[in-house]
Design a protein around this ligand. Structure first.
Ligand code: HEC
Length: 383
């Protein structure tokens, strides 16, 4: 008897894995459940009952996406997933950000719980598999295509799961996370971004010419998954609305994008003569701006570009009550700056710094240019 006791103590001290291995199935699932339901965790979107949210977040309860090994769900949790997916026969078109709150062991516990909650019956998850995936998976957020190429479904599940081609009707009714696409947009250079913001504000930012092109809110985000420039004759992404704000340099007039995409069939609307008319003026600088890239700040792109020796950043987020967009600019080094905004009856435009005249010219002192925010809100139509 004393020998057995001694041996047990000995292996506990020498082998920390003994303790992990010894953690019972119940213990793992109990800890996983606690973590799943903790603040900021999966529960915020997939809900405590694992059923997700109608139309915007797919269910984990009974999800075929958990089947065929755990590599796919580990990959989704670590890198995120954005784009149109089909889960158990239903369409979802949204984005899940990477879940970075949890270390390997915690994520293994959470996924072990998910695999065994709400009637699910899948394997417990090994923390080594999570660690390896974290080291080896590509850094980009997965699209449904890149994910399923790497982790395809078993044939018997692939009928009711996978991706789909969205139409306007499939567009999620409520955007909960920012969505960022590089795509060809009407009235922009070929280097354009289409971005969807919580509160269902959408905008086109033109990286080729370093400026916000236009913003819209009605009619949904762009139709994605199209082969632009392909045989369907639609050279640019389509959407189903009319912008409430557009840069004064843009070619667009107040027509709907349905009409615009028809025009685009004949001739793209982009006109390089507009490139000279940059909306930000600094001193005598005549150079064209140059695009430096973007970085995500809480999922929102913060665009960077330079004008002469000045670096400008522009971060576009919804305002607090999500009735419009806030464009926060920084100019560094700070310098007396003029921003040419567009006066329009479709939107109210204001700035927290500087002097904004009725013709949309915003004058900022050097000090004010260091950090200022322009608020643009669509005007509610009288009804
Ligand atoms: C901010 C909301 C959010 C959070 C937090 C979140 N998810 Fe998701 N998740 C989504 C959305 C939205 C999708 C669908 C993405 C799409 O449409 O491309 C998704 C898809 C999935 C899928 C694949 C589809 C399915 O239903 O099986 C799995 C698996 C998944 N999430 C697991 C998790 C786990 C595990 C956690 C916590 C570690 C988590 N998610 C946290 C929003 C979220």
């Amino acid at each position: 008897m004393p020998f057995v006791k001694f041996f047990a103590c000995f292996s506990l001290i020498l082998n920390p894995f003994f303790i992990l291995n010894a953690e019972s199935r119940e213990e793992i699932i109990r800890k996983g459940k606690e973590l799943y339901n903790s603040a900021g965790s999966c529960v915020a979107c997939h809900m405590a009952d694992g059923k997700g949210q109608k139309g915007s977040v797919p269910p984990l309860a009974g999800s075929d996406w958990l089947k065929g090994g755990s590599a796919r769900s580990i990959a989704i949790s670590l890198r995120g997933l954005a784009g149109p997916i089909k889960v158990n026969g239903r369409n979802y078109y949204s984005a899940m950000p990477p879940q970075l709150l949890f270390d390997d062991e915690k994520l293994a516990h959470i996924l072990s719980y998910v695999n065994n909650a709400w009637g699910n019956k899948e394997a417990l998850i090994d923390l080594e598999d999570v660690a390896q995936a974290r080291r080896e998976l590509p850094q980009d957020v997965f699209t449904p295509k890149t994910l399923l190429k790497r982790f395809p479904f078993d044939k018997k599940y692939s009928r009711s799961n996978g991706t789909f081609t969205p139409t306007y009707d499939d567009m999620i009714s409520e955007i909960t996370e920012p969505i960022v696409y590089r795509t060809f947009m009407p009235g922009a250079s070929p280097a354009a971004f289409a971005v969807a913001l919580p509160g269902n504000h959408y905008y086109c930012w033109d990286a080729g010419e370093c400026r916000l092109r236009y913003a819209w809110t009605k009619g949904g985000f762009i139709r994605s998954n199209q082969n632009h420039w392909s045989s369907n004759g639609k050279p640019v992404a389509e959407f189903n609305g009319t912008p409430y704000y557009r840069a004064r340099t843009t070619q667009l007039s107040y027509v709907s994008f349905d009409e615009l995409s028809r025009t685009n069939n004949r001739q793209p609307l982009y006109d390089t003569s507009q490139a000279k008319n940059f909306p930000i003026l600094i001193g005598e600088i005549k150079d064209a701006p140059s695009y430096l890239g973007y970085r995500l700040v809480e999922g929102f792109p913060n665009f960077r570009y330079s004008l002469g020796k000045h670096t400008i950043t522009e971060l576009i987020r919804p305002n607090a009550d999500r009735t419009g967009i806030r464009r926060t600019f920084t100019v560094s080094p700070p310098v007396e700056t003029t921003l040419r905004l567009t006066p329009t009856v479709l939107a109210s435009v204001s700035s927290d710094r500087g002097k904004l005249s009725p013709d949309g010219i915003l004058l900022l002192s050097a000090k004010e240019s260091a950090d200022f925010t322009v608020l643009i809100r669509p005007v509610e139509e009288a009804n």
